[in-house]
Structures are given as C-alpha cells and as structure tokens.
Design a binder for this molecule. Structure first.
Ligand code: GDP
Length: 203
C-alpha cells in the first residue's frame, strides 16, 4: 500500500489563540476561517491532529458536553475553529439548549466564517443529532464539506459503498464529501488542499 501524502498544513506554525465563549469573537487579521464540527466521538480531535501533523493539538476524546467554547487556532493563512461535539446522551436539557444556541449563533451570525467541515463516521447512518445539525446548516445556508471519518475501519470497496449511501442519506453530491482516516492519513492532504483552495476564493 502506498503511503498517504503529507498534509500541506502539517509543517506550518500553529498558534492556539484560546477558547472563546463569544460565537462572534473577531479574529485579526481577517483570514479564511474553517469550523470543525461533528457528533462527539466522530473523530474530530484525531482529524485536527492529522491535518496539522500534531500529536496533541486537540485533545482526543475530550469529556463530552463540558465545553461551550470555540477553540481557535491560527495557521499562517487560515484559522481553524474547533467547535464542541454534539450528541452527548447524558447532557441535560439546559446544556443541550445552550449548545444548540452556540452552534446556531456561529452558523448564522459569524459572517467571517468561510466554511464548515462536518464530520461523520463513515460506518454509520446519520443519527437524529446529525440530522438536527444538518437542518441548522441548511437554514444558515453555509458552505459545507462533509468529511467521512475512520475510513480505515472499512475496505476500499466498503468505503465506496458507504460513500454512496451516506451521500444519498444526506442528499449531497459525492464530490462534496471527503473520505478520511486519521490513522492511515487517507484523504487528509486532499482535505487540506480543499481548505486552502476555498480560502483562496474568499481571501
Ligand atoms: P472526537 O470526540 O470527535 O474529538 O473524536 P476523537 O478524535 O477523540 O476520536 C474518537 C475515537 O475514535 C478515539 O478512540 C479515536 O482513536 C478513534 N478514531 C478517531 N479517528 C479515527 C480513525 O481515523 N480511524 C480509527 N480507526 N479510529 C479513529
């Protein structure tokens, strides 16, 4: 098997700017901004680490539901916004409501946001939480790139079948979906290239 190409974001300096409660927190200088979001355990921390070539940029398996914050990283030409994962069954009604409000505010009022990178486990049909999040995305009319994670759990044939199934379930074209594995590096460089290309359009 050939080795996956290295992410072009893997060798650049990265600054952790902080954790911000304000969904409109303004970033200077203005640069393309990409928000990463997905169901808790979808593989977001692992993906951020793989994308940036860091071992522990984002902590893997953060305690679900603990944060209501935007964790923001500055790279030379773009910002990464790590949004808290959704779908934690044990969260209280109040916590869910606050979380939903945060996501909604980011999606609807954050005009500086370039795009949303939405993570889903390649093996699973979108959950009720995923569908709810998709409704928020659609209402906000955001540019979205769907990322199907943990591809290494399937063979290439199974990946192709799952890609077609997930595309149908989500009602999106397969070319709007990137299949990745944080473990093997599959698709990671392509994802980074897509972000850099999208950033160029808006810069
Ligand atoms: P998060 O909650 O969305 O940040 O997800 P994590 O990155 O913490 O990952 C959740 C679990 O899935 C962990 O046990 C990871 O090791 C595992 N995981 C994440 N990405 C991959 C992947 O690409 N392949 C495999 N096989 N497991 C993964």
């Amino acid at each position: 098997m050939t080795e996956a190409p290295r992410s072009p974001l893997a060798s650049v300096p990265i600054d952790f700017l902080g954790s911000f409660p304000d969904p409109a927190h303004q970033l200077l200088p203005p640069l393309p901004e990409f928000a990463f979001v997905g169901r808790s355990n979808a593989g977001k921390s692992s993906l951020l680490n793989a994308l940036t070539g860091r071992r522990a940029l984002a902590r893997v398996s953060q305690t679900p539901g603990k944060t209501q914050l935007l964790n923001i990283y500055r790279l030379p030409t773009l910002y990464l916004i790590d949004l808290p994962g959704y779908g934690w069954a044990q969260a209280s009604q109040g916590a869910r409501k606050a979380y939903r409000a945060l996501l909604e505010a980011v999606l609807t009022t954050r005009t500086s946001l370039t795009g949303v990178i939405w993570l889903l486990d390649i093996r699973h049909t979108p959950s009720a939480d995923d569908v709810e999040f998709q409704t928020l995305l659609a209402n906000a009319e955001r540019d979205v790139l769907v990322v199907l994670t943990k591809a290494d759990k399937l063979t290439r044939n199974q990946q192709n079948e799952a890609l077609i199934l997930r595309a149908r379930e989500l009602g999106v074209a397969t070319d709007q979906i990137q299949v990745v594995s944080a473990h093997t590096g599959q698709g990671i460089a392509d994802l980074a290239e897509s972000m850099l290309a999208a950033g160029l359009e808006v810069a």
